[in-house]
Design a protein around this ligand. Sequence first.
Ligand SMILES: *[C@@H]1O[C@H](CO)[C@@H](O)[C@H](O)[C@H]1NC(C)=O
Ligand SMILES: *[C@@H]1O[C@H](CO)[C@@H](O)[C@H](O)[C@H]1NC(C)=O
Ligand SMILES: *[C@@H]1O[C@H](CO)[C@@H](O)[C@H](O)[C@H]1NC(C)=O
Ligand SMILES: *[C@@H]1O[C@H](CO)[C@@H](O)[C@H](O)[C@H]1NC(C)=O
Ligand SMILES: *[C@@H]1O[C@H](CO)[C@@H](O)[C@H](O)[C@H]1NC(C)=O
Ligand SMILES: *[C@@H]1O[C@H](CO)[C@@H](O)[C@H](O)[C@H]1NC(C)=O
Length: 216
Amino acid sequence: MSTKAAAMAAYLAVITAAIGVTSAVSYTNHTVGGPPPSGWYFNSTSSISSTNYSVWAATQTFNLGDYLIFNTNTNQTVVQTYNSNTYNNCTSDDSSDNDTLVFNSGATKFDQPLTISVPLTKVGPNYFFSDAEDGVQCQHGMRFDIQVGQGLGLPPSLNQPPPPLYTPPPMAEPPPAFQGESMYNGVERLADGIFGVAVIWACLIVLGLSFVIFNG
Ligand SMILES: *[C@@H]1O[C@H](CO)[C@@H](O)[C@H](O)[C@H]1NC(C)=O
Ligand SMILES: *[C@@H]1O[C@H](CO)[C@@H](O)[C@H](O)[C@H]1NC(C)=O
Ligand SMILES: *[C@@H]1O[C@H](CO)[C@@H](O)[C@H](O)[C@H]1NC(C)=O
Ligand SMILES: *[C@@H]1O[C@H](CO)[C@@H](O)[C@H](O)[C@H]1NC(C)=O
Ligand SMILES: *[C@@H]1O[C@H](CO)[C@@H](O)[C@H](O)[C@H]1NC(C)=O
Ligand SMILES: *[C@@H]1O[C@H](CO)[C@@H](O)[C@H](O)[C@H]1NC(C)=O
């Protein structure tokens, strides 16, 4: 093998390895508490969560673009917050809209099965709890916190910018059609001007020629 061919082979090997490494890392869906029947459940009679969620979370690696899948029912809620006070207080009451999301606050009936998918969109500490039963569930184990890493970064599907704010159309601006027409008129006037100058020159030339002819 020539040096050139060897270099090419080495180059291809590096590229192949790089592709292999890249495709080995991808986004992960984490089923909270582990596979069914674990889920996200609280037993109100015994006041015990169905799983120790902190222990479960410690077994996982979380990155941007991953989802947490909560297999649950309407007896529990899912609150995601970036605010440690909100988390430690076990209530979303005083939280601000920009750091806390409540995923199933609209339920009106108990015991309705529910699957909630929560995307991880912010690097750093993310806190999760159930704020049902005035914080009792949260105080008795329905809570955990995780650290979200950069990983592959957000996929395009989760990286949509918010729609632009509505801005009223400007009032005094003339419509574009009118502008186009006035520009065309301007060109026309310029053409008229050139035509006019040409006519004057033509007249002067004819006048000059006739002067020469009549005097010659
Ligand atoms: C992960 O969960 C999201 C949201 O439910 C879903 O759109 C996606 O298809 C799931 N991905 C996998 C690999 O299951
Ligand atoms: C809740 O706990 C009580 C008391 O330990 C037990 O009898 C009951 O079966 C539990 N309920 C569920 C749904 O696990
Ligand atoms: C859900 O909550 C209702 C009302 O508190 C209760 O009757 C029911 O047993 C709960 N279900 C479970 C599975 O804990
Ligand atoms: C939450 O905790 C903070 C700090 O401990 C406190 O100042 C705040 O009043 C608490 N909010 C609620 C709703 O309990
Ligand atoms: C959330 O809003 C509050 C005021 O409403 C502001 O002080 C704070 O910086 C905001 N936080 C983020 C992460 O945007
Ligand atoms: C979960 O397990 C950890 C470690 O064993 C323990 O410190 C913690 O109190 C447990 N949480 C609950 C709600 O039982």
